[in-house]
Each structure stands twice: as structure tokens, then as C-alpha cells.
Design a protein around this ligand. Structure first.
Ligand SMILES: [Zn+2]
Length: 408
């Protein structure tokens, strides 16, 4: 089944440019008992809308199936921790909010960002997250969390109980929601007259220029750039007034948005729109993106198979969703990899979806000292290199798959 029309503008002028075939859910880790069961898999392909310029996947899995129990825990990596603290400080300095300003964080996960906001002095922060397990973690820390999917109805309920929001923060959640209209309408209704919406999301042009195809999975319905974002918000009488790029998740964009009558877009917006044009003029960049991903797949498989045949032992680092996408796309499983290590205790003892590789704590890397380790969390390369000095000092080598395959 292919995508018939764009979820935002409803145009039927949509064109497929990336095809993964059928894939399991990238966060659907398995217990040992589940390994024997039939594992569900779903079509995964990406389309460009020639009318509004947005990229989106064709087939969506129900959000309830993906987010009610959630293993991605924002708290895990050190790089993201430092980033959150800096962001909270910036929010305080740049947005000029009072300490009792009402802040709503949509997709608050385990409350890691809310905690940083609290440490910066903000006293009135509400999280919204559908994952029962993560909301409980946040509540334990004394962080007020509304356990629900954010949409028009949830926004109305929050508005009724708490009043309008001075700041609505959406970090890596906006692109996850298939019903984009209900989500943006909810933001519009909940936002105070003088309030600000701050959205952070992977930036598609960065994804393409870095060959970061492993960002594509069922949870990510949309792949965003400024042009379609501007259209979406203008449709609801909201205006993007400023943007900022950062290096998170292989390249992200922060969008600052307010009610249209309150904000004018700054100069930067037009500059970025002009630079984005090559991604909207034709499909060249998109087709090249798919070709590059296919090339990485061939090269990586060839290298791993050769090393294995020469008797080397190979493991992997980072059982995150993106790692699972790469493994499944490339067809790398227990034939080539002995195990994968991950810092997140929620995942240890489980198996990777589709490829069934056992997940262990990171200490196993030094204990077992495999000859090569495939770095699936290539976006945390620096941090991992620093942590694994022992492994590397004993001769362990890292295989970095993206943006291109290299061995260090
Ligand atoms: Zn469209």
C-alpha cells in the first residue's frame, strides 16, 4: 500500500524516494521467550510531497502500539545531558520568561528536560507523555506529568485545568505524530496570547548530507525542513520567528514560533529558505540519498563478512532505534555480530528487533574484547571513543558506518 495523499496538505502529488521494504518496529526489543514468536513487520518507505515540500513515511503504525511502553530513555547519554542543561539556561536567558511561567513540555519522556528546567529555577512545569513507564519515572522525581498523547483534546484539558502556556516545548516529538492537524491545533489553542512554542526536530537537509538514513523509522512520520514547517504553522495563524541549528541527532533545527500577530520572521529565515531550495527544486538530492544508503549497505556487509571469514570477532555498540534500522536495512544479524552493548539498563538482557542480537551492558566490551565493534551510535562517536579507551588500548577497533564506512 503506498501513500495516496500528503497528511498535511492532502495533495496527491507525492513521490516515493526511499524504500526499506518491510521492517520491524525499531524500538520493539524482544525477550528470549519472544524470539520464537512471529515478529510483526511493516512497510517502511518515504515520500516527498511536491505541493508543500514535506517528507513523510507511507505507512504508519498506531501510536498506541509504539509509545505506550517506551525504551528510549532521554536520561542515558552524557552528551544529551550537557545539551539539555545548556538549552534550559538558554530558554531562561533568551525567552525572558519569569520563573513562575507556565511551561508545558510535550513528549517529556522520563522528565530529564523538566528536571533541567527546574534546576534553572522554573517552578511551574508540566510534562505530557503517553508512555506509562516513563511518566512513572518522572512522577517519582516529583515532576508533574500528564499521561496522554498530545492533541487537540489533551490541549483543551490542560487549558481547562492549568490555563494557557507561556512556553510549549516539543523536543523530538513533533515529527512523530501522524495527525499533524490535531497536534498543531492543540498547540495553537494552548498557547498564551504572548506565548512561545519551541520545536526541536532532526533537520532533513542535514540528514541527507550526512547519509543519516538510520533516522528513518516508523516512529518518525515526518522529515522536516523550514519550508513545509512555515506552511504548516501559517495555516494555523502561527509564525516561525527564529530558527537555530544544532548538531543533535546528526543535525537538528529549533523553531521558535508565536501567534502571527506577535512575531515577524527574522532575516535568518529567508537565508535558510533560499539554501533549502535545492531540496525542493527537484528530486536529485533525495535519490542520491537512497543511493548512498544502498552503497553503505553493500560496503558494510562486505567488510563485516570478510572480517568474519578471516576469523575475527565482531560486536556492536548502541542498541538504539537507529542502530536497529541500520542492522535491519543492511541485513546484519547474529551470523556477523556476537552481541551488542548498550548503556540503557532497560534494554540489557533483551534482543534487537528483527536481527535478534543479544544486548549486554557496555562492560562486556572489555570483558570479551572483540576484535571489531560496529559503532551503531555513530552520532555519539566522540563520547564513546573517550569512554572505551581500555577497549581501544587493547587493540579493539571501531567500525563507523555513517556518514561513510571507516575503521578507526
Ligand atoms: Zn503536502
Amino acid at each position: 500500500m503506498s501513500l495516496e495523499k500528503c497528511r498535511f496538505c492532502f495533495s496527491t502529488d507525492v513521490e516515493k524516494y526511499f524504500d526499506f521494504g518491510k521492517q520491524p518496529l525499531a524500538n520493539a526489543y524482544l525477550t528470549r521467550e519472544q524470539l520464537e514468536d512471529l515478529e510483526p513487520s511493516y512497510l517502511l518507505d518515504v515520500y516527498y510531497c511536491h505541493e508543500c515540500g514535506i517528507s513523510q513515511i507511507g505507512f504508519t503504525v498506531s501510536p498506541e502500539e509504539m509509545f505506550s511502553e517506551y525504551y528510549y530513555c532521554a536520561g542515558a547519554a552524557r552528551t544529551t545531558f550537557h545539551y539539555r542543561i545548556a538549552l534550559a539556561k538558554k530558554i531562561k536567558a533568551v525567552l525572558n520568561l519569569k520563573e513562575d511561567a507556565f511551561i508545558v513540555e510535550v513528549g517529556s519522556n522520563d522528565g530529564s528536560m523538566m528536571k533541567c528546567l527546574r534546576e534553572c529555577g522554573f517552578t511551574n512545569v508540566l510534562g505530557v507523555d503517553p508512555a506509562v513507564n516513563l511518566s512513572k519515572l518522572a512522577e517519582k522525581e516529583g515532576l508533574n506529568t500528564f499521561n496522554a498523547f498530545f492533541n487537540k483534546q489533551t490541549a483543551e484539558e490542560i487549558l481547562r485545568i492549568y490555563g494557557s502556556a507561556d512556553l510549549i516545548l516539543c523536543r523530538n516529538v513533533f515529527a512523530h505524530v501522524p495527525d499533524i492537524h490535531s497536534f498543531v491545533q492543540g498547540l495553537k489553542n494552548l498557547l498564551d496570547e504572548k506565548g512561545v512554542i519551541m520545536i526541536e526536530s532532526p533537520y532533513l537537509p542535514d540528514m541527507i548530507s550526512q547519509n543519516a538514513f538510520d533516522t528513518i523509522y516508523h516512529e518518525h512520520v515526518f522529515y522536516l525542513s523550514l519550508k513545509p514547517m512555515k506552511k504548516i504553522f501559517q495555516f494555523y495563524d502561527l509564525e516561525i520567528t527564529n530558527v537555530e541549528r544544532n548538531k543533535m541527532h546528526g543535525g537538528s533545527m529549533i523553531y521558535i514560533i508565536s501567534h502571527s500577530h506577535n512575531g515577524m520572521p527574522n532575516e535568518k529565515i529567508n537565508d535558510i529558505l533560499a539554501r533549502e531550495e535545492k531540496y525542493h527544486a527537484n528530486m536529485v538530492e533525495y535519490h542520491r540519498f537512497f543511493q548512498n544508503a544502498a552503497d553503505i549497505r553493500s560496503e558494510l556487509k562486505y567488510i563485516l563478512a570478510r572480517l568474519k571469514s578471516e576469523g575475527y570477532r565482531i560486536a556492536a555498540y548502541g542498541a538504539a532505534a537507529k542502530g536497529n534500522v541500520l542492522l535491519n536495512f543492511c541485513g546484519i544479524d547474529t551470523e556477523l555480530l556476537d552481541f551488542v552493548v548498550d548503556k540503557n539498563p532497560l534494554k540489557q538482557g533483551l534482543f534487537t528487533p528483527g536481527t535478534h542480537i543479544p544486548i549486554f551492558p557496555t562492560e562486556k566490551l572489555v570483558e570479551e574484547q572483540p576484535d571489531y565493534t560496529l559503532l551503531l551510535s555513530w552520532n555519539y562517536k566522540q563520547e564513546i571513543m573517550e569512554q572505551e579507551t581500555k577497549y581501544r588500548a587493547k587493540g579493539g577497533k571501531l567500525i563507523i558506518p555513517i556518514p561513510r564506512v571507516i575503521i578507526e
